[in-house]
Design a protein around this ligand. Structure first.
Ligand code: AMP
Length: 396
């Protein structure tokens, strides 16, 4: 299979699907350029190899067509600065201007196309639209993991027009490699630390991971659905009544497969959802009426700490409590520190999913874990065992 490292880009026009969906302020300035920064290594590699690059991306959620606030022209200046190359811009992603500017590109030059989602054909996965984009280049690279779970024209459909010259960029390569390190090749003992608000967002992952891991640690708001399923009293904690049977089934499956399913024994409870609320520690299965659990307790924190310290592979998705409030962040903070410590002792750790990434950043531990996935929904679907259209289109 072609890879960005073994392909000869010399003299080739390369169309790269990047994720430049960055936040902009009222002045149309970029407020967080992480996604652009992440794409730079692939772009530089192609330029160094003598290729010319056509970049395509989406930005925001335009409704019915072009909208100035979603124009990728706002990204062009910063991108030029980061690359040290004056990036050209086409006011449309298909059509005569895009065709002409692509055809005129020389080695080492970069053209940025206007927002793909100004056309509804993009998200519909329209084949004609994909063919028009494909017609601009000789080689296709997908480096937008965040949209890899969508069968859009630029993320999946376009690949059929490049039967040979298609490959992943570095972001895609890294995401796939690191997620596989956990779900397919994880060195035992493998521990999945799962938290966050709701069981509904996580149950597919739990079910998919049960036969792949040794320990499943449950925290966050979703622990109370499991505790209720075990017959506990959870007061006014977050519970998804309709998922109690599903939670029971997951715990039963874990037992049959000899997987340790760890439900918190104690919790930090509060009399309202507020940083200034009255709070106390309590048995997580005996929460009084009028109180709600907003974090794991110290006894549970110690058990989780020991489990994580003794794991060789760790996957963390979702906070242990309402970590945005200082009163309820201790459990999440401790898990983050422990994962960093286990990593320093040789464990492989993968952090993924919006809020655990936010937590690892909050505690400035990003560089002390093995890999932080940027994928969000794509990462969750990959872990759930689903085939991602953007991955399948390249891998075949
Ligand atoms: P998710 O997006 O499902 O991973 O959920 C993340 C959110 O879950 C965060 O904003 C947390 O504040 C919230 N969360 C964590 N623990 C609890 C809890 N015990 N009760 C309510 N919300 C929680």
């Amino acid at each position: 299979m072609n890879t960005i490292d073994n392909f000869d880009f010399n003299g080739k026009r390369v169309i790269v699907r990047v994720d430049f969906n960055v936040p902009l302020n009222e002045q149309m300035e970029i407020t967080d350029d992480t996604r652009i920064q992440a794409a730079i290594p692939s772009i530089k590699k192609i330029l160094q190899g003598g290729g010319a690059i056509i970049l395509m991306s989406h930005l925001g959620r335009p409704k019915t067509g072009p909208e100035d606030r979603f124009s990728l022209k706002h990204v062009m200046g910063h991108l030029s600065d980061l690359l040290g190359v004056q990036v050209q811009f086409a006011k449309d992603c298909i059509g005569e201007e895009a065709r002409q500017k692509s055809a005129d590109l020389k080695s080492g030059e970069v053209l940025l196309l206007e927002n793909l989602r100004f056309y509804k054909e993009e998200t519909k996965g329209d084949v004609d639209f994909a063919e028009k984009l494909a017609g601009l280049a000789d080689v296709y690279i997908n480096d937008a993991f965040g949209t890899a779970h969508r069968a859009h024209a630029s993320t999946a459909i376009i690949a059929q027009f490049f039967p040979v010259a298609k490959m992943f960029g570095y972001i895609m390569e890294n995401e796939i490699k690191n997620i596989k390190k956990v779900v397919q090749e994880g060195k035992k003992p493998v521990t999945a630390v799962l938290g966050g608000a709701k069981v509904s967002g996580k149950i597919e992952i739990i079910n998919h991971l049960i036969d792949k891991v040794d320990n499943i640690i449950i925290g966050g708001g979703m622990m109370f659905t499991f505790i209720k399923a075990l017959g506990g009293d959870v007061g006014s904690s977050l519970v998804e009544e309709d998922l109690i049977d599903t939670a029971k089934a997951a715990m039963q499956k874990a037992e049959e497969l000899n997987v340790c399913f760890h439900i918190p024994t104690d919790a930090v409870i509060a009399d309202k959802f507020d940083n200034e609320a009255n709070k106390k520690f309590c048995n997580a299965h005996e929460i009084p009426e009028g109180w709600m659990g907003l974090d794991i307790g110290p006894e549970t924190g110690q058990v989780f700490k020991d489990l994580i310290e003794h794991s060789s592979t760790i996957l963390w998705n979702g906070p242990m409590g309402v970590f945005e409030m200082s009163a309820f962040e201790a459990g999440t903070h401790e898990v983050a520190e422990t994962i960093a410590h286990a990593t320093a002792n040789g464990a492989f750790s993968l952090i993924g999913g919006g809020d655990s990434v936010a937590a690892i950043n909050k505690y400035k531990l990003k560089d002390q874990v093995s890999y932080v996935s940027t994928g969000g929904g794509a990462m969750l679907e990959f872990i759930e065992g689903k085939v991602l259209p953007g991955v399948a289109a390249i891998e075949g």
